[in-house]
Design a protein around this ligand. Structure first.
Ligand code: MLT
Length: 412
């Protein structure tokens, strides 16, 4: 008899975004007219063309594969050194971070890496997550059996929830109890908030004092346009002894479909075995990747490398300014409608408070039915997300302008 992983039974019905897609499909199948008018501002999926620099590099790489003399088979599991070196030089050195190419692991996505990283951690860790939160951090811990059952509000036993509210600027206070693994994401998904140097320094000190590890998701760092906001946890002194950072080409390079990301596991980062001995995590992650992963395709890694070229950088800048321009329009439209808004300045997400007494899935239904606009209900990101909704700025300008008109036409 084959037995299944019963932890999956603890998961809520569907992963948030497929669940939204299911509800939208049910609505549009019965409303042809609404289907034609539908504008999706739910999942944070890019809409604009892939940068030319990336496309050209990808095509040239494909041609190399078409010639026996330059053909390549399996690549290094950790990623080609040309890409890892480009990341160390262009993404970390300018920030003053001493991250070497050997500490960078190329992968096919930060979503996968933030889930897969649990392979190298023990099951006795006490896990802290922000609330609201990117649901992958929670669900992957549920799947591994690191939690109890969910309560009626969807909070899982065994996890330490760190509320992120307007009152703390969506940066959680340090926990009063001991925790071992801490998920932080800044610029934040879903609230669009950023964390300051002081706030991240407090977390790094806490982690070092408690021999805890911060799993820092920086997938949206390229959207930071204001000065004085940290782009990487490794800008904080001592973070290389207590943090892993996840970054991606998805949101600023238009790579959500192309797939390329990277994870930094510093060589100095240690964790304990049950006997209390300290061990480096870098060889464990290298071992995990070389066993379970065969790397990202060569043309894709060449395309990612090209995003660091001067031409690639100019195109990335234009993409970010397009999406942040959308975010400004959406923010203004929400403010004009009398709603309270957060985020959307250093992030492609706008976090909006629902009108008094309206629940976030109710608002999702209203927006779908009355405005034919898909948003993400805050409750899908956790209990503290109830009473909020998220609008994604990843869209064409014309669509965003139309969303702004529809928000203005609704009765709030
Ligand atoms: C989101 O909408 O939160 C993101 O697109 C999800 C993701 O990047 O996996």
């Amino acid at each position: 008899m084959a037995y299944l992983n019963e932890n999956y039974f603890k998961l809520k019905a569907g992963y948030l975004f497929p669940e939204i897609a299911r509800r939208v499909a049910a609505f549009t199948s019965e409303n042809r007219e609404a289907a034609a008018r539908l504008i999706r501002c739910g999942i944070g999926d890019v809409t604009e063309a892939l940068p030319l620099a990336a496309r050209e590099a990808m095509k040239a790489a494909v041609d190399e594969l078409g010639d026996r003399a330059t053909f390549r088979g399996y690549g290094p599991e950790q990623g080609y050194s040309f890409l890892r070196e480009a990341i160390a030089e262009h993404a970390y050195a300018p920030l003053g971070c001493k991250i070497s190419a050997e500490e960078i692991f190329i992968s096919d996505g930060s979503k996968c890496d933030t889930g897969n990283i649990l392979d190298i951690f023990g099951s006795q860790n006490r896990i802290a997550i922000t609330d609201p939160v990117y649901p992958v951090y929670v669900d992957t811990n549920v799947m591994c059996g690191h939690t109890g059952e969910a309560d009626e509000g969807g909070a899982y036993g065994g996890l330490v929830y760190l509320p992120c509210l307007p009152s703390n600027g969506f940066v959680p206070a340090l926990p009063l109890e001991k925790v071992d693994l801490i998920y932080l994401c800044y610029p934040n998904n879903p609230t669009g908030a950023t964390a300051s140097y002081e706030e991240l320094s407090a977390w790094v000190s806490f982690a070092r004092e408690n021999q805890a590890i911060i799993l820092f998701d920086a997938a949206y760092e390229a959207y930071i346009t204001e000065p004085g906001v940290p782009h990487s946890i490794f800008e904080i002194e001592g973070a290389e002894e207590c943090a892993i950072e996840f970054r991606s080409f998805s949101k600023h390079g238009g790579f959500t479909g192309v797939r390329c990301a990277y994870t930094v596991v510093p060589k100095n980062l240690m964790a304990s075995s049950a006997d209390g001995k300290r061990h480096r995590l870098h060889p464990l992650w290298a071992r995990r990747q070389s066993t379970k992963f065969n790397g990202v395709s060569y043309p894709v890694q060449r395309a990612a490398e090209a995003l660091f070229s001067p031409a690639g950088q100019a195109e990335v800048k234009a993409l970010i300014s397009h999406y942040l321009g959308n975010a400004t329009l959406l923010r203004e439209a929400c403010v004009a409608a009398g709603l309270e808004v957060f985020g959307g300045i250093n992030a492609p997400y706008i976090w909006v408070r629902c009108p008094e007494g309206v629940k976030s899935w109710e608002l999702f239904d209203r927006m779908l039915q009355e405005a034919n606009v898909v948003i993400t209900p805050g409750a899908g990101f956790g209990a503290a997300g109830e009473g909020y909704f998220r609008i994604s700025a990843f869209n064409s300008r014309a669509n965003v302008e139309e969303v702004a008109r529809r928000l203005a036409a609704m009765t709030w």
